[in-house]
Design a protein around this ligand. Structure first.
Ligand code: 4NP
Length: 171
């Protein structure tokens, strides 16, 4: 379900010549770099690279400089993705630079809202689950870090669905 706020935000962005999106999770080694890679692949497939700026970052600082988690890269490569983002932490300038800041879960959303330097910046923060269209037991993107293969596959299913919907809503 999309909130009124998100619907309004998307309708404002829809006509823009350029759109910038930042995906955010805790570690920036599993969920958000995968969202970044999935979204990039959709945009590339449509030949829309010049319109979109896509990036990801973590609220935490545990893995700065690292490639995505090996398990995420393996599961992604089986679906044709190359997740090669280098982990970084969210910066204050991100709230200026990006039109849309998409949190993977409620904790990420809470942390981002606490960091937001202004009400305008806070308004850019939405949860990825607002873009889910498939029937799922989840209203967030669950952290796969302590899970097995099933957790990583679930994350990719959710992200592929949500990114396709995000693209369609802004094209
Ligand atoms: P992510 O998963 O937020 O999807 O990148 C995590 C990765 C690492 C940690 C936590 C979550 N960690 O605590 O190291």
């Amino acid at each position: 379900m999309q909130s009124k706020k998100t619907i309004e935000l998307l309708s404002e962005l829809k006509g823009n010549e350029k759109i910038s999106v930042l995906f955010v999770c805790l570690g920036n080694i599993c969920r958000s770099p995968a969202a970044d890679g999935v979204m990039r692949a959709i945009v590339e497939e449509k030949g829309e690279e010049s319109r979109w700026e896509i990036d990801s970052a973590g609220t935490g600082n545990y893995h700065i400089g690292d490639l995505p988690d090996r398990r995420m890269r393996v599961h992604g490569s089986r679906r044709g993705y190359n997740f090669d983002h280098i982990c970084r932490q969210v910066r204050y300038s991100d709230f200026e630079r990006f039109d849309l800041i998409i949190a993977m879960d409620r904790n990420n959303e809470y942390d981002l809202k606490r960091m937001a330097p202004s009400p305008e910046a806070e308004r850019k923060i939405v949860q990825m689950s607002e873009f889910f269209t498939i029937a799922t037991r989840y209203d967030y993107v669950p952290d796969p870090y302590y899970e097995g293969a099933e957790g990583f596959e679930l994350v990719l299913d959710l992200l592929q669905d949500a990114c396709a919907n995000l693209y369609n809503q802004l094209k």
